[in-house]
Design a protein. Structure first.
Length: 180
């Protein structure tokens, strides 16, 4: 990533699209797939900014409120014969929690299961869990919260203005010690 300014500019356009397309008279499968695709692409863009020293520590540490559901029983959630999330997760005992932005991005990019819902004409949220988390937790994301989280990275104030590197023996490379 040569210059993150252009990534942020594109990200702002994606955020506008996500806000604009949250409402339809009637949601079709195609509209849901297009929205899901945009969310995944935005998550990938944000993760790309995070993986390079292109965002400051304030943005890097942003968290999103989620509802999580604990995995119950020993039977795994699988594509074949999996049943429904209600069969494998304790949906009657939701827990309020927070996820860091990198974890949110990874849930969307590597999702194993995604179930969406709307209220009236507005796309409201999703139940999602990645391949890695399918044996631990299912997460409920509000679309409004996702858009707010991703908007942090579209804003120019998330850019790095000062950067210091420090040698990391485990990685055998320099890593950002801080990014302001």
């Amino acid at each position: 990533m040569i210059e993150s300014t252009y990534w942020r500019q594109e990200l702002r356009g994606e955020i506008v699209w996500l806000k604009k397309h949250r409402m339809y008279r009637r949601w079709s499968e195609k509209q849901l797939v297009l929205y899901e695709r945009r969310l995944m692409l935005v998550a990938f863009q944000v993760r790309s900014l995070l993986e390079r020293p292109k965002v400051n520590d304030r943005a890097r540490n942003v968290r999103m409120p989620v509802i999580r559901y604990k995995k119950i029983g020993n039977r795994p959630f699988t594509f074949v014969g999996s049943g429904f999330p209600e069969d494998r997760f304790d949906m009657s005992n939701p827990e309020s929690s927070e996820l860091g932005v990198l974890d949110v991005c990874n849930q969307l990019i590597h999702y194993y299961w995604m179930q969406t819902w709307s209220e009236g004409t507005t796309f409201k949220g999703m139940l999602v869990f990645s391949d890695f988390m399918r044996h631990k937790w299912a997460y409920e994301f509000a679309i409004q919260d996702l858009i707010a989280l991703f908007s942090v990275f579209a804003d120019d104030s998330s850019a790095v203005r000062e950067l210091r590197f420090q040698w990391n023996e485990k990685k055998h490379d320099y890593v950002a010690a801080y990014a302001r």
